[in-house]
Design a protein around this ligand. Structure first.
Ligand code: NDP
Ligand code: BG6
Length: 506
């Protein structure tokens, strides 16, 4: 594998071991191993890397490598002959302590005489109910202990989202993690934070001085956050998804994080604690819903349904989904951040599966000018002034656009929306790196800025739980339905009232 000798390298030649629990799963094959291959391709690792896959499926290392090779792009496949020999598979059996002792021995054997110095990243690509038992077993086998004063021999744990299923389970997970690890050893991953376009929100806000003076309730009418997906329950995800739903799967993590980046105060530095201190303040400032009725007025949940005459499966026909399921595949929420900067500004959040268009974006709508000169009686053709918009286009289009009004040539005052834009693909060569590539490196280098701290996870769950309890209160409306290929239920439009605007299409 490629190496370099950057100034922060603890000691050249000492390997890092990435231990992936859930090695036979989808995440490992589709995201983690390709990210490792890309990091190898770009010589991004600071030393040799060994990857140890752990799961129950009986197979040997060669079978695992062969399986993984299928997910690689042609570019990644080029480094595979060098990379593959560093991949090893360890079947975990029934996850007994003896299995963990065997795993420990294998890791030490692979490290050889440097066993005391290798850094170990335990990546839990598992379902949430397995996080606690896995951490307990690793701790019981003495695999998490390390000396915080040494650069070498570090131990870190990456936990995948969702971090529990509600506030109580998130708190329990945090208790167990903190029982065995310091917070600086814990990396709760939210891959949205690794997207270049998402990182650019902070860069845009805090590296440009022109927007900060107008970044508040005085000038901003609304903030809209969309993560719209055209995919549904691919790869047999129905059974898992039905235990989660859009609120837990997307809202409590990716969407809340995007909201934090828009709403947070400038941090004193990009240090992990400084950034996370500011993000958690936003989550804590979320105004609680007064009662169940307040939840019903400020949220809309829905399921995609088979359209009349169509054969495509609606949510209830998906494999693994119970026929009576009320799990939401779409959720829209009007949230309120109750602090000096944002009081009164609605944060409109929308996410859903099987929608007509796949896009993620953040739309900041600025207030309309106080005097509407162009729509008075003097105007021969009235044009209602639309507020200015700043759009962060997160995916699949990647860029930033500012919309403003211009007068259309000709008599009268007909206004048109024009745009100034920046497009990643025009300004930068090549594709933006996928999030796991960056986040894996950050975890290996001990940089937790783009990871979620325990108190953030809990604050996000507290908000999500308050919505869920409103949905399960007596008299709560059942989920609406929406057609596959639509942009969700029309009932979601009511969340805009009485503010300017409506759900955006980009
Ligand atoms: P999969 O169901 O595809 O894989 C789960 C893995 O867990 C398998 O390797 C399975 O292997 C292993 N496993 C199951 N039970 C046990 C057990 N008792 N002990 C040890 N290993 C076990 O899930 P994904 O890979 O899709 O997701 C994993 C995690 O990543 C989840 O938390 C998910 O929410 C999160 N995530 C996934 C994303 C994705 O794109 N897939 C994106 C973002 C987050 P075996 O049966 O061989 O033991
Ligand atoms: C995952 C969710 O965290 O994010 C999936 O579990 C969702 O349901 C995915 O499809 C979306 O990620 P991306 O990067 O494709 O927008």
């Amino acid at each position: 594998m490629h190496t370099d000798s950057g100034p922060t390298t603890p000691a050249a030649g000492i390997p890092t071991q990435i231990v992936i629990f859930g090695a036979s799963g989808d995440l490992a094959a589709r995201k983690l191993i390709p990210a490792i291959a890309d990091n190898a391709r770009f010589a991004a690792f600071r030393g040799p890397v060994q990857v140890i896959g752990v799961a129950r499926t009986p197979m040997n290392s060669q079978q695992w490598r062969d399986e993984l090779a299928r997910s690689l792009t042609p570019a990644q496949a080029q480094v595979w002959p060098d990379l593959a020999p560093n991949l090893h598979y360890v079947p975990i059996g029934d996850s007994s302590l003896a299995d963990y002792a065997r795993l420990h021995e294998t890791l030490d054997d692979l490290a050889g005489p440097l066993a005391g110095d290798v850094g170990r990243l335990f990546y839990l690509a598992l379902k949430p109910s397995l996080f606690v038992p896995t951490v307990e077993a690793l701790a019981a086998e003495g695999m998490l202990a390390c000396d915080s004063l040494r650069l070498e021999g570090w131990r870190r744990v990456v936990v995948e989202k969702p971090f529990g299923t509600d506030l109580a389970t998130a708190q329990w997970l945090n208790i167990v993690l903190r029982r065995h690890l310091r917070e600086d050893q814990i990396y709760r991953i939210d891959h949205y934070l690794g997207k270049e376009t998402v990182q650019n929100i902070l860069a845009f806000r805090f590296e440009n001085s022109i927007f900060e003076p107008i970044w508040s309730r005085q000038h901003i009418e609304s903030v809209e956050i969309n993560v719209c997906e055209s995919l549904g329950m691919e790869a047999g995800r129905g059974a898992y998804y039905d235990t989660a739903g859009a609120l837990r799967d997307m809202m409590a993590n990716h969407m809340m994080q995007l909201m934090c980046l828009v709403a947070m105060e400038p941090p004193a530095s990009l240090d992990a604690e400084a950034v996370r201190d500011e993000k958690v303040k936003v989550l804590r400032a979320l105004e609680p819903f007064r009662d169940a009725h307040d939840v019903w007025t400020n949220s809309v949940r829905a399921q995609y349904a088979r359209s009349p005459g169509e054969t495509e499966a609606g949510y209830l026909q998906e494999q693994g989904v119970p026929l009576q399921s009320q799990t939401e595949t779409f959720v829209a929420i009007r949230a309120r951040v109750h602090n000096w900067r944002w009081a009164g500004v609605p944060f409109l959040l929308r996410t859903g599966k099987r929608l007509g268009k796949r896009f993620s974006s953040i739309v900041i709508r600025f207030r309309a000018p106080p005097a509407d000169l162009f729509s008075g009686p003097a105007a021969s053709q009235m044009a209602r002034l639309r507020p200015n918009e700043l759009v962060f286009r997160i995916q699949p289009e990647e860029g930033i656009r500012i919309g403003f009004q211009v007068k259309q040539p000709g008599p009268g005052h007909v206004m048109r929306t024009a745009a100034l834009g920046f497009d990643y693909k025009d300004l930068f060569d090549g594709e933006t790196p996928p999030p796991y590539q960056r986040l894996l490196l950050d975890a290996m280098h001990g940089n937790a800025t783009l990871f979620i701290r325990g108190d953030e996870a809990e604050a996000a769950w507290k908000f999500a739980d308050s919505i869920r309890s409103g949905w399960s209160a007596p008299g709560a409306p059942t989920p609406w339905t929406y057609e596959i290929g639509s942009m969700g239920p029309t009932q979601a439009n009511a969340l805009w009232h009485p503010h300017e605007g409506g759900w955006s299409q980009e």
